[in-house]
Design a protein around this ligand. Structure first.
Ligand code: PLP
Length: 384
């Protein structure tokens, strides 16, 4: 049976170049980068090279990169770290209703610490309400956090515009670029951000490693204490192999970005058009334009995403109903609910995210299989 992996927004396989680059740092070059002997210096140099490579893609200084354990930690460090360090200036934070839980739950933690958080509404395609952002910004606002692109519905936000408004009001601006990495330019100067989160495993790098860009001078209270690594912003012996893998993955993603984004956008459009044409009761979620190139998402009338997923999996097609972190949950998606879907429909999401390994033949296979699976799920029949 054919296997078609369409869950690249959840994670991606590490590419061979990444594995090759990481391999020596598990045993051959095993030193602790903080050690002053030769073994330590070799690891320290590898870390410095990786930092330079990441900084080159983001268009920032190497010292502005903090290596983390991934997107969740990066978002937490940005939100908790910047808010706590800015507490004396103000207690108001603005984010959107469709952020990843790494941002939303960090905001809820800050509310428990006495911060006030505004959760901006979005339109029916997931675009942040800019007029509402302008209304909500005030002299008490210390931080705005809006994701570059949404993981469930693929909507790309006007980050540069939002950044200008945040800065004009004297607030710091963070963006979660975990899904945008490899698909959109992450030049921090053009985006106008003070803080930006990325994660390696979404761009064919290893799991459990990421980076936070923190512009020089951005106040940031560390979350992890116990060492001076990462200039005191993140204690703990560095994940040298992981960081090397992140740097290679990000550099390759940037080199191939435009070509691969063009290829994926074509496949995505073919998938979206085909699904809407051939699958009765399937509706697009998120916009047609301003959407991540490899991202297709739908909701289905009258049939839960989870039940269709199981049957698709039996047919060799691996996708998701929404966020990987919420898989198995019966709660309606907070993103689809924010887009205005009733709770019943917000449980019926279907997300298909394409990647480097996806071919036109894979898309055709999905287009042949999905209508049958949905029809059978609707009629309650078992798929064999
Ligand atoms: N932010 C977004 C938008 C994501 O999609 C994810 C992962 O799905 C994360 C943050 C968390 O990243 P990580 O899995 O590296 O912790």
């Amino acid at each position: 049976m054919r296997t078609v992996y369409l869950d690249h927004a959840a994670t991606t396989p590490a590419r061979p170049e990444v594995l090759d680059a990481m391999w020596p740092f598990f045993a051959e070059v095993f030193g602790n980068p903080s050690s002053v002997h030769e073994a330590g210096l070799q690891a320290k140099e590898a870390l410095a090279r990786a930092r330079e490579a990441v900084a080159a893609v983001l268009g920032c200084r190497p010292a502005e990169i903090v290596f983390t354990s991934g997107g969740t930690e990066g978002d937490n460090l940005a939100l908790l770290g910047a808010a706590r360090a800015s507490r004396s200036r103000g207690r108001h934070i603005i984010t959107s209703r469709i952020e990843h839980d790494a941002v939303l739950e960090a905001c809820r933690a800050l509310e428990r610490e006495g911060f006030r958080v505004t959760y901006l509404p979005v339109d029916c395609e997931g675009r942040v309400d800019i007029a509402e952002l302008e209304r909500q910004l005030d002299s008490d606002t210390v931080l705005v956090s809006i994701m570059t692109a949404n993981n469930e519905v693929g909507t790309v936000q006007p980050i540069a515009e939002i950044g200008k408004l945040a800065h004009a009001a004297g607030a710091l601006f963070h963006t979660d670029a975990v899904q945008a990495a490899g698909a959109l330019s992450l030049n921090v100067e053009s985006l106008g951000v003070d803080l930006l989160t990325i994660s390696a495993h979404k761009i064919y790098g290893p799991k459990g490693v990421g980076a936070l860009y923190a512009q020089r001078g951005t106040p940031l209270a560390p979350l992890i204490h116990g060492g001076e690594q990462e200039r005191g912003r993140r204690a703990g012996t560095e994940n040298v192999a992981g960081v090397v893998g992140l740097a290679v993955a990000l550099s390759l993603a940037e080199r191939e970005r435009e070509t691969e984004a063009g290829r994926l956008a074509q496949l995505r459009d073919r998938l979206i058009d085909g699904v809407l044409e051939r699958t009765p009761g399937a509706h697009l979620t998120g916009p047609r334009g301003d959407r991540l190139p490899g991202h297709a998402s739908f909701y289905l009338d009258g049939v839960s995403g989870e039940s269709v997923l199981v049957d698709l999996d039996l047919a060799g097609i691996q996708c998701s109903s929404g966020s990987a972190c919420k898989a198995g949950s019966t709660d309606p998606s907070h993103v689809l609910t924010a887009l205005g879907l009733a709770p019943g429909l917000a449980r019926n999401g279907l997300r298909m995210t394409l990647g480097r390994g996806t071919s036109a033949g894979d898309v055709d296979y999905v287009l042949e299989t999905l209508p049958r699976v949905v029809a059978e799920a609707c009629s309650g029949a078992l798929v064999t």
